[in-house]
Ligand binder design. Structure first.
Ligand code: PGA
Length: 223
């Protein structure tokens, strides 16, 4: 059975209390035996709730690994507002890099994304490198890629599983370091299996659907 990566991207959502409520709901959900044997569930919350979530995940022994939504391209120092790798690594084992929202709203370039990959890898944090098409360049050292066509993000209009599979196959073929390609964009508990059952797709990156703990638990079971 292939290993599936299921990544929740909360984006700019959830207060501390909301995050704790979500985690408690997740922790008390009943899953069929063995559900997590071949599934790595990664939660990328806003950085403000990292300490609380880290503590609760440990205390309740919840099968979730924390990831970050972004990382600074700079190191420690006088970079107001930034969170560098050295600080993130206390909480995050993964980091999303190159999301199309970073490119659209923050003018992030492919070059900046490349620098961020270098920072993450240097600190032992695995980049989840987002590409908007098979033509987006993937830096060396990236083993986990998320294919997220812009037209599918938050629109309720996902790519077809067949096309996503073809793009995933081509990304792996063109980038030897890439071991796993995920699909992201309007994934929900009803369509998740149509993507994860595709040969070249190794999981999903989930935005909107991940905000509701119950929905997200159902999605994990259906994946
Ligand atoms: P969505 O977002 O699931 O809300 O479409 C996916 C993403 O942006 O990662």
């Amino acid at each position: 059975m292939k290993e599936l990566y299921i990544i929740a991207n909360w984006k700019a959502n959830k207060t501390e209390q909301e995050a704790i409520d979500w985690l408690e709901k997740f922790a008390s959900a009943t899953f069929p035996a063995g559900v997590f044997e071949h599934k790595e569930v990664i939660l990328c919350p806003p950085s403000t709730v990292f300490p609380q979530l880290k503590q609760s995940i440990r205390q309740k022994n919840v099968p979730i690994t924390l990831g970050a939504q972004d990382i600074s391209q700079f190191g420690r120092g006088a970079y107001t507002g930034e969170i560098p790798a050295a600080l993130l690594r206390e909480y995050a084992s993964y980091v999303i890099i190159g999301h199309s929202e970073r490119k659209t709203y923050f003018n992030e370039s492919d070059e900046t994304a490349r620098e961020k990959v270098g920072m993450a890898v240097g600190a032992g944090i695995s980049p989840v490198f987002c590409v908007q098409s098979q033509d987006t360049p993937v830096p060396n050292d990236v083993w986990l890629v998320a294919y997220e066509p812009v037209s599918a993000i938050g629109t309720g209009n996902p790519d077809t599983p067949e096309n996503a599979n073809e793009v995933a196959r081509k990304i792996k073929q063109a980038n030897k370091s890439v071991k796993h390609v995920l699909y992201g964009g309007s994934v929900n508990s009803e369509n998740v299996k149509t993507f994860t059952s595709m040969e070249s797709i190794d999981g999903v990156l989930v935005g909107g659907t991940s905000l509701d703990a119950g929905e997200f638990c159902t999605l994990i079971q259906h994946a």
